[in-house]
Design a protein around this ligand. Structure first.
Ligand SMILES: Cc1cc2nc3c(=O)[nH]c(=O)nc-3n(C[C@H](O)[C@H](O)[C@H](O)COP(=O)(O)OP(=O)(O)OC[C@H]3O[C@@H](n4cnc5c(N)ncnc54)[C@H](O)[C@@H]3O)c2cc1C
Length: 494
């Protein structure tokens, strides 16, 4: 059981989560929903404001729906639909999320602070809590788990034994460094400036209503509407530049942006500069220690992917921890966390790195070639839809065939099954049965297995609690499926 909101720090737990950012909060909410004993510690005393993730992608929304957070986030945000690439006034590419096969065909524009607040609220509703102002100092092996030293708000240091330790403690992860897990990669030399601004009403060109990359000889510019009537402006800037003022933001928009309309920035809400780091932890787990979110991978914010990936790391790990801790699965199931999520993290770093390199090219001849190639590619059938699937993170697949889309309607084990075909069932296993022409139909639940009859299915599908296919052609009797659940686990007997 999760700690109650008034509980003091436990001295032992099944799972100790370090860090209550989006990744740690999502994991804690999932574990609380599943009834897994855990402790979540966070060194900060409250959710931190600041300009961080501004988009929640459909892939993350589908998981957040399983833990009961998606609808309230959608209500709090703005449904972004389009993304574009421009070279000055020339439109090179315009894509849309409209054709995505998901209940959430949108890049949801909502601040990271709001996302964390909703996750925290949901965690509390479910009976979980965050131990704020508690900082992990270090930990040491204590077979089969670890003993962690945690500094409490009164300055005392408490020992917490945990069977599993989760580093959701961000890019400078103490868990990762104490575990001795390398974080190879590079820091890009290019400096970027970010400003969240309020524009003068009526001064924003229609172009600024899409999430838009502008290429120009002065450098790249990214603009996006945000919730609360703000706009985000990100630009490559010369070394030594300071956080942009309203005037400087206007200049960036005027010289690199839509050129017409001259949007006026009346207020800078927050501004900063940053260097992009591109790194993936060598291993996402080491014995009882697991890394997720920015502790495991960091990359350019271009494409709005980082927080979303951390949320899905949590989705991948929560049900596996539950299955192992309840004896449903052998310990080896936890090895599949690294096996499944490390390639996703590496692919993501490569993808966002390509976007950053393309966007920051300066050689005029190469820029011309880039622009012509993008414009020609955008006209090819399916290209903008492919890009939308990539950005939305709906193309993530753990299938060994590397297939991301069902071929001829047939799913491979490890592929995502769209909730538009089989409605999600919280964090239950989900047995989807073809609708019989005669006989009983309906839905129900036996232990952790939800079953439902679904129109248009040719064969029964067994879907993992995180929405990926565990097996097809399974028996139609939910009791038999439950009795054999261990045989449908990834990495287990097939
Ligand atoms: C400018 C900018 C723009 C971005 N835009 C996007 C975007 O549009 N879309 C997107 O998906 N992502 C975006 N990101 C990335 C996103 O912000 C991160 O990926 C996300 O915050 C990572 O979440 P996390 O939970 O892994 O880590 P964090 O959010 O870093 O949370 C880690 C938590 O751990 C706590 N902690 C650290 N050490 C300890 C310790 N020793 N003990 C206890 N607690 C500890 C910290 O206080 C923190 O609360 C952006 C980032 C930046 C900087």
């Amino acid at each position: 059981m999760a700690s109650s909101p008034t509980a003091s720090l436990a001295t032992q737990t099944d799972v100790l989560i370090v860090g209550a950012g989006p990744a740690g909060l999502t994991l804690a909410a999932g574990l609380t929903q599943l009834g897994v004993d855990h402790v979540l510690i966070e060194r900060a005393d409250a959710v931190q404001p600041g300009a961080k993730a501004a988009f929640v992608q459909p892939g993350a929304l589908e998981y957040l729906d399983r833990v009961g957070v998606a609808d309230r986030l959608v209500a709090a945000g703005i449904r972004g639909r389009h993304f574009s690439v421009h070279d000055g006034a020339r439109t090179l590419l315009r894509g849309s999320y409209d054709n995505l096969d998901t209940p959430f065909p949108m890049m949801l524009l909502v601040s990271q602070q709001t996302t964390e607040e909703h996750l925290h609220r949901r965690l509390t509703e479910l009976g979980g809590m965050v131990h704020r102002r508690h900082k992990l100092i270090t930990f040491s092996p204590d077979f089969p788990g670890v003993t962690a030293a945690v500094a409490a708000p009164d300055g005392s240091v408490r020992a917490v034994y945990a069977r599993y330790l989760i580093g959701a403690d961000g890019v400078h992860s103490r868990v990762r460094s104490t575990a001795g897990i390398a974080f190879p990669g590079k820091t890009r030399e290019q400096l970027f400036a970010l400003a969240d601004v309020r524009l003068e009403p009526g001064s924003a060109s229609a172009l600024l209503e899409d999430t838009t990359f502008f290429f120009s000889s002065e450098g790249m510019l990214l603009t996006s509407p945000l919730a609360d009537g703000q706009h985000r402006v990100v630009a490559s800037v010369p070394p030594g530049s300071k956080a942009p003022t309203a005037e400087e933001t206007e200049t960036l928009l005027a010289t690199r942006g839509p050129r017409q309309g001259g949007p006026k920035a009346v207020e800078v809400i927050t501004a900063s500069t940053y260097h992009v780091q591109e790194r993936v932890a060598e291993r996402l787990s080491d014995g009882p220690v697991f890394l997720l979110g920015d502790a495991a991978h960091t990359h350019s914010p271009a494409g709005g992917q980082g927080m979303n990936t951390g949320i899905q790391d949590a989705g991948n790990l929560a049900w596996k921890l539950h299955a192992v801790l309840t004896g449903l699965a052998p310990e080896s199931l936890l090895d599949t966390y690294h096996g499944e999520r490390h390639p996703v993290a590496s692919g993501l770093v490569a993808f966002t790195s390509q976007i950053t390199s393309l966007a920051t090219m300066r050689d005029p001849e190469l820029c011309q070639r880039r622009n012509d190639t993008i414009a020609a590619a955008a006209k090819a059938p399916g290209i903008t839809d492919w890009l939308a699937r990539r950005l939305s993170q709906l193309d993530i697949s753990y299938a060994t065939e590397c297939a991301t889309e069902p071929a001829d309607g047939t799913y491979h084990v490890g592929q995502r099954v769209s909730p538009t075909l089989v409605p999600a069932a919280g964090l239950d296993w989900n047995l989807a049965l073809p609708n019989p022409s005669t006989g009983p139909t309906g839905s129900g639940r036996i232990g952790p297995v939800n079953f439902q009859f679904v129109d248009g299915l040719e064969t029964p599908l067994l879907i993992r609690p995180d929405g990926y296919l565990a097996a097809h052609g399974v028996p139609t009797d939910p009791h038999t499926v439950l009795a054999n659940l261990a045989s449908y686990l990834p990495g287990g007997p097939t």
